[in-house]
Ligand binder design. Structure first.
Ligand code: IPM
Ligand code: MG
Length: 362
C-alpha cells in the first residue's frame, strides 16, 4: 500500500507532519511518499499540480492532503492558482464522493456560537458531489453578451449541469452511508428554480426505490441553510451537489465551533481517496506552530478506514484523540478557560503518546 503525502501551503506542512508521525507510530505496512502541491509547487515548478505530483497521487492507494492557498497567489491566472491543484486532483482521480462529517465533540460544546442544547451530540454527514455541477460544467468563460439585460456588454458565464449517472452514483453513496447510520437522507436542491436540480431531485427519488429501508426527504438549499442553524440535529445524512455542498459544509462545520477538528474524505469508485482537513491553509497563523493538527490526524484515520482496510488502526487514532481531549489539552482554536493550551507539535505528541500507551497497556 502506498500513501501520497501532499502537505501543500500555509499550516498544511505543520499539520500533515503530525499526522505522519501518528501513522508512523502505528507501525503498519505501507510506504509514504511526499510531493509539493499548491502554491509550494508553483514556487518550485511553476505549476500548482506538477505532473510528478499528479502521477504520485494517481498511483497511490490514498492521498493525505494538507491545504493549499495563500492570498499572495490571488493575482495569478486562474490555471496557476493553488486551488486548481485540488480541483485537478478531484477531476483526474475521479473523486466524486466527498464525505464531510460535522461532529460536535462532547468536550467542545462550548466552542460553538450556537446554544449548547442545539448542538450537543450533533453528528451530521454531508455528502457532496465533487466532480460535476457548475464547478466543472462547460462551457464557461467570458464573452460579449448577445442577449440578456445588456446586449453588447462584457459578460462571464459558467454552466450548471448534471448527468443522470453522476446523480445516481452519489445518491447511492448517500443511501449506503445512511444504512450504516440512522437511515435518513435529506437531498438538498433548488428544484423550484433550476432545471439541473429538478432533475437531481427526480433522479434521487428514482434511486431511492432501491433503498426502501432508508427515509428520504427533499429540501431547498435556502431552507437547508436556515434549518442548519435553527435545528441542526434534525439532519443526519445530507446529499447535495458540488456548489451547494461547498457552502453548506462550511456552515455545518462551523456549527461545531471547531472546524479545526473536522476531517474529510473524497473517494472514487475504486475506494481510492484523498483525505484532508475541512479547514484551509490559514496563512495568517502558518509557521507559528499553533494550528490544530487534529482534523488532519482524524483524516488519516478516515484514510485507514476507507481506503486502506485498517479499521482497527483507525479506531486507535480516534480513541487516542478523544482521550487527549478528555485530558484537557487544547490548541488555541478550541481553547477555553480551565483547559491547557498547547501547540501543534505538543498536540501531535499527545496523540502519539496516547496511541503508544494503549498499545503497551492493551
Ligand atoms: C473546499 C474548498 C474548495 C472548493 C476550493 C479550495 C477550490 O472550498 O474544498 O470546500 O470550493 O471545493
Ligand atoms: Mg469550501
Amino acid at each position: 500500500m502506498k500513501i501520497a503525502v501532499l502537505p501543500g501551503d500555509g499550516i498544511g506542512t505543520e499539520i500533515v507532519a503530525e499526522a505522519v508521525r501518528v501513522l508512523d507510530v502505528l507501525d503498519l505496512q505501507f510506504e509514504m511518499e511526499s510531493a509539493l502541491v499548491g502554491g509550494a509547487a508553483y514556487e518550485a515548478h511553476g505549476h500548482p499540480l506538477p505532473d510528478a505530483t499528479l502521477k504520485l497521487a494517481k498511483e497511490a492507494d490514498a492521498v493525505l492532503f494538507g491545504a493549499v492557498g495563500d492570498w499572495k497567489y490571488d493575482k495569478l491566472d486562474r490555471p496557476l492558482r493553488p486551488e486548481q491543484a485540488i480541483l485537478g486532483l478531484r477531476k483526474n482521480l475521479g473523486l466524486f464522493a466527498n464525505f464531510r462529517p460535522a461532529i460536535c465533540y462532547e468536550q467542545l460544546v462550548g466552542a460553538s456560537s450556537l446554544k449548547p442544547e442545539l448542538i450537543a451530540g450533533l453528528d451530521i454527514l454531508i455528502i457532496r458531489e465533487l466532480t460535476g455541477d457548475i464547478y466543472f460544467g462547460q462551457p464557461r468563460g467570458k464573452r460579449v453578451a448577445t442577449d440578456g439585460h445588456f446586449p453588447g456588454a462584457e459578460e462571464a458565464f459558467d454552466t450548471m449541469r448534471y448527468s443522470k449517472p453522476e446523480i445516481e452514483r452519489i445518491a447511492r453513496v448517500a443511501f449506503e452511508a445512511a444504512r450504516k447510520r440512522s437511515k435518513r437522507v435529506t437531498s438538498v436542491d433548488k428544484a423550484n428554480v433550476l432545471e439541473t436540480f429538478q432533475f437531481w431531485k427526480d433522479v434521487v427519488t428514482e434511486v431511492h426505490k432501491d433503498y426502501p429501508d432508508v427515509e428520504l426527504d427533499h429540501m431547498y438549499v435556502d431552507n437547508a441553510a436556515m434549518q442548519l442553524v435553527k435545528a441542526p440535529k434534525k439532519f443526519d445524512v445530507v446529499v447535495t451537489g458540488n456548489m451547494f455542498g461547498d457552502i453548506l459544509s462550511d456552515e455545518a462545520a462551523m456549527l461545531t465551533g471547531s472546524i479545526g477538528m473536522l476531517p474529510s474524505a473524497s473517494l472514487n469508485s475504486n475506494k481510492q481517496g484523498l483525505y484532508e482537513p475541512s479547514h484551509g491553509s490559514a496563512p495568517d497563523i502558518a509557521g507559528q506552530g499553533v494550528a490544530n493538527p487534529l482534523a488532519t490526524i482524524l483524516s488519516a484515520a478516515m484514510m485507514l478506514r476507507f481506503s486502506l482496510d485498517q479499521a482497527e488502526a483507525a479506531d486507535r487514532i480516534e480513541s487516542a484523540v478523544k482521550s487527549v481531549l478528555a485530558s484537557g489539552l487544547r490548541t488555541a482554536d478550541i481553547w477555553s478557560e480551565g483547559t491547557t493550551k498547547v501547540g501543534t507539535r505538543e498536540m501531535g505528541d499527545a496523540v502519539v503518546a496516547a496511541i503508544t500507551k494503549k498499545t503497551i497497556t492493551g
